[in-house]
Write a protein that binds this ligand. Structure first.
Ligand code: CMP
Length: 142
C-alpha cells in the first residue's frame, strides 16, 4: 500500500516572498494534514547531501546555491496516496509546463526557483522525512 506521508520543502524563493502561508493553505485545501514543520537555513553540506542524487547534473552547483540562499520550510504531510497526490498538486518542475492551479504554476519563478520540492517515491519520502525530522515528529498520529 502507498505510504500516507511525504516530505515537501517550501523553497527559499517562496519562503522569502512570504508565500509560505498561501502554499500551506493550498496543500491543506488539497486534503493534506500538516504533521510536522520546521523553518531552517540549509548549510552547503546539507543541501549537497539532500540533492546528492543530482550531483552529476549541470545545475547541481546552482541548485545548492539557491537552496542555501535563505530559509526554507520542510514539511511532513499526510493524506491517502501522499507521494503521488502531492506530485500532482505541485505540478511540473518547470512552471511553464505546470498545469493551471498547481503550486508551481501559481507560485514558482523558474525551473530552478520552483517554490516547492516533493519526494518522488515512497523510498525517497522515507529518506527525506528522516533527513529533517525525528521519528517522534513524523510518525505521530493526527
Ligand atoms: P526539485 O523537485 O526540488 O528537484 C530537483 C531540483 O533541481 C528541482 O526541483 C529544481 O529546483 C532543480 N532543477 C531541476 N532541473 C533543473 C534544470 N534543468 N535547471 C535548473 N534547475 C533544475
Amino acid at each position: 500500500m502507498a505510504s500516507d506521508r511525504t516530505l515537501a520543502i517550501i523553497k527559499p524563493d517562496a519562503f522569502g516572498r512570504a508565500l509560505a502561508g498561501q502554499v500551506l493553505a493550498h496543500l491543506e485545501h488539497a486534503g493534506f494534514r500538516l504533521v510536522s514543520a520546521r523553518v531552517l537555513h540549509l548549510t552547503d553540506a546539507q543541501a549537497r547531501e539532500f540533492y546528492a542524487v543530482h550531483r552529476e547534473r549541470p545545475f547541481y552547483g546552482s541548485l545548492v546555491s539557491f537552496m542555501t540562499s535563505g530559509p526554507c520550510m520542510p514539511l511532513v504531510l499526510a493524506r491517502a496516496d501522499a507521494v503521488a497526490t502531492l506530485r500532482k498538486v505541485i505540478g511540473a518542475t518547470d512552471p511553464r509546463e505546470a498545469e493551471p492551479g498547481t503550486v508551481r504554476k501559481l507560485f514558482a519563478e523558474s525551473k530552478e526557483r520552483n517554490a516547492i520540492h516533493a519526494s518522488d517515491s515512497d523510498t525517497n519520502a522515507e529518506r527525506e522525512q528522516a533527513f529533517f525530522f525525528a521519528e517522534t515528529e513524523r510518525l505521530r498520529t493526527l
